[in-house]
Ligand binder design. Structure first.
Ligand code: UDP
Length: 425
């Protein structure tokens, strides 16, 4: 590992702090991705600094994750929570502070790996000033997202422009699934270099607990059919589809059901409001007796919940990757997911779970019933799911692929594009 041991890399995640609690508003897959990738790269010998925006005065400026991996919080804008759509105006300050940090510490990053379009803007600026190389992961594409929302935010134009520019100018774009790559090509630009490297999960953490042990811990009867949702409370996660599908399943005679809807929320904030809306539907459909909301599931709870479930449902309207699907699969739990985005890559319909059209309550009900009514097939799906994750989606495997990519990039000469050459002339 000597070849990479001296190399400093920066992972930039302006709004997705890798050191915070996951499962609350705006803290989900991206935070997990950055932290896991950072920690695994550090194990491979890289010196990893993960930069994020300081979102509260009480947060520590530097959080050390391991000897070679730390989170560095940059003050850019007020030290309080700011929704991501309002963060772009603070990007110049973020860049300035990052440059200052490098000057003070004497570190210069040869590679910056940016996450989400806000960080892409930081990376493109650093590239201009310092000549570093940029790798970018989108996590979400504006061009896809804006097709599915009724109100387009003011920031949309800027975001779409940044997303196009980074695709065309970054040394490498990391698509996390072939589906995401296809969207980049068809909706953003035909220019630019894309590699497919998926997201991953910790295969040692999940899949250790047996279903009966997990149920004992959670006080769930062995014969109850357990349906699980894990994730943020966000309208686009499609939790309403799941609730309505389970109501149908119950009507069709599935007597002993339990629906667990896990995820954190804050009263009065957008996730709190979505949870209230979902609870309203649960009550309206008379499902209170068999539906529970355990709140945010911490790192220690998650493996138990996934193991206890007969099926995990991911009903998102769109999902660029969807970590929850592979976490459930790693826990031997089959997944019923929307037939969209990265879920089409992770879930193999009829082999590791079932895919259903998004927002289609009937199709979700039928898929859930098929799995719940055949426990032998359910177990076969669960074993195939685990195998698929072991083969394709472990963090260590993902980090090894990223490490190889960075090493290749460091060896490549910097090619100045014609436009850049003209601009600097
Ligand atoms: N998560 C968690 N606790 C919760 C809810 C979610 O730790 O109560 C984690 C979940 O395990 C997963 C991540 O948040 O690792 C969600 O990632 P995903 O890609 O599924 O969705 P995103 O939040 O990125 O839309």
């Amino acid at each position: 590992m000597n070849s990479v041991s001296q190399k400093h890399i920066a992972l930039i995640s302006v709004h997705g702090d890798p050191a915070v609690e996951i499962g609350k508003e705006e803290a989900g897959g991206q935070n997990v991705y950055v932290r896991q990738v950072g920690e695994a790269l550090a194990e491979l010998g890289w010196q990893v600094d993960m930069f994020t925006r300081k979102a509260s005065a009480s947060q520590q400026k530097i959080v050390q994750h391991s000897a070679n991996c730390r989170t560095i919080r940059i003050t850019a804008g007020p030290e309080e929570f700011v929704p991501r759509d309002n963060l772009f105006k603070h990007i110049p300050e973020f860049v300035e502070q990052m440059l200052e940090f490098q000057q003070e510490s004497g570190i210069e990053y040869e590679i910056v790996h940016t996450n989400y379009w806000l960080s892409a803007a930081v990376g493109m600026e650093l590239k201009k000033v310092q000549g570093c190389k940029q790798v970018h992961t989108y996590h979400s594409l504006g061009a896809v997202k804006y097709k599915s929302v009724s109100t387009i935010p003011m920031i949309a134009k800027t975001r779409l422009a940044v997303e196009k520019e980074v695709l065309e100018t970054a040394q490498r774009i990391v698509a996390t699934s072939p589906q995401e790559q296809e969207h980049m090509r068809s909706l953003v630009s035909t220019k630019g270099n894309i590699d497919i490297i998926p997201c991953g999960t910790d295969i040692d953490r999940f899949g250790k607990v047996q279903q009966h042990q997990a149920r004992q811990q959670l006080g769930i009867n062995p014969d109850t059919k357990v349906i699980l949702y894990v994730g943020r409370f966000d309208f686009r996660k499609g939790i309403e589809t799941l609730v309505r599908a389970v109501a149908q399943s119950k009507l069709r005679g599935n007597a002993d059901l339990k629906l667990i809807i896990g995820g954190g929320s804050r009263p009065g904030q957008s996730d709190g409001k979505e949870r209230e809306r979902i609870e309203g539907i649960v009550n309206e459909l008379g499902m209170q007796d068999f539906t529970v909301f355990p709140g945010r599931l911490g790192d220690d709870d998650l493996p138990t919940y996934y193991a206890a479930a007969d099926v995990c449902v991911v009903p998102s309207h769109y999902e660029p990757f969807g970590l929850v699907a592979i976490e459930a699969m790693a826990s031997y739990t089959p997944v019923v997911a929307s037939d969209v985005g990265g879920l089409q890559y992770t879930v193999v319909s009829e082999k590791t779970g079932l895919l259903a059209p998004p927002k289609d309550n009937d199709a979700f009900a039928t898929a859930i019933d098929r799995i719940l009514s055949d426990s032998e097939w359910r177990d076969q799906l669960g074993c195939a799911a685990r195998k698929r994750v072991e083969d394709m989606f472990s963090w260590d495997g993902v980090a090894a692929q990223l490490s190889k990519l960075y090493t290749q990039l460091l060896e490549e000469p910097v090619i100045v594009s014609k436009d850049e050459a003209v601009a600097t002339a």
